[in-house]
Design a protein around this ligand. Structure first.
Ligand SMILES: [Zn+2]
Length: 63
C-alpha cells in the first residue's frame, strides 16, 4: 500500500503566496508609500499623485 504524501512544495507555495500578499497589503496600507509601486511619498502632500506611477490617493485606500 502506498502512503498518500503531500508534496512539500504545496503548503510552502501557499504560505509563500499568502505571506507575499499580506506583505504587499501591509506595505500598501502604509502612509507615505505609494500603494501601487511603493514609491516613498514622504514630503508630498497627502493625496497627491505619485510622481513615479501617477497613482493618487494613498490615504483613500479602503480595506
Ligand atoms: Zn506609485
Amino acid at each position: 500500500m502506498h502512503c498518500v504524501t503531500i508534496p512539500l512544495w504545496i503548503p510552502a507555495a501557499a504560505l509563500g503566496v499568502s505571506s507575499t500578499l499580506l506583505w504587499r497589503r501591509h506595505w500598501g496600507r502604509r502612509r507615505g508609500v505609494c500603494p501601487a509601486c511603493n514609491y516613498a511619498l514622504t514630503g508630498l502632500a497627502p493625496g497627491s499623485p505619485c510622481p513615479e506611477c501617477g497613482k493618487r490617493g494613498s490615504d483613500a485606500v479602503k480595506t
